[in-house]
Design a protein around this ligand. Sequence first.
Ligand SMILES: [Zn+2]
Length: 236
Amino acid sequence: MTNAIFNEEPYLQQLQTQITAVDGQWLTFEATIFYPLGGGQPGDIGELICANQKLQIVDTRKGSIAGEIIHQVEPLEHNLKVGDKVDLTLNWQRRHRLMRMHSAMHILCSLIPRGVTGGSVGELKSRLDFDLGDHSVDKQTLTDRLNELVKAQHPVEKQFISEQALSENPSLVRTLSVQPPKGCGNVRLINIQGVDLQPCGGTHVKNTLEIGELLINKIENKGKRNRRIHLSLVNP
Ligand SMILES: [Zn+2]
């Protein structure tokens, strides 16, 4: 099991750790600050230094064993081995944008009291799909309300809830297509105070102000009931 440091310290940009497994281009470390693809958020990228070798980390995924995180390195040819000490550095500009975007998705969720059917967090553009039914949305109104919530400086905090308590409060789960991980005892909730509370394993900013100005670019029709809402950072 990889020690997933980003859960507790999403702002940590560098870490010294050691290699615990090597499978060609894919490396596992004792601990990592790299978030693996999941919950609509892409895997982190960055670099690794070992002795005098510098390699790029071009993707991060969940491994085949529960709790394992694997990192894809380039170039393919390297002589890294288990036990080597490595220095990891995140591509922080990209990750911080993803944290801002991901947090923005939560506040967008709070403005539309309908089921989320899909979504994808991008560095510059994100999208969230809703089963809107007869609920109507308007680009300008949504943009204005999002920016009000950003400026209101709501703290973003973690909380934990037992799986049982969560199953007794199914309304906490907003995503119809993604269920929170089961079998780990407690489920992590992200609480944007006074705005939104839902289970989430992604990385978020500390305060909504840090997201910066947002823009709803487009609301796309995806069938009779479904709408795809496109969102971007005005100042990436
Ligand atoms: Zn989240």
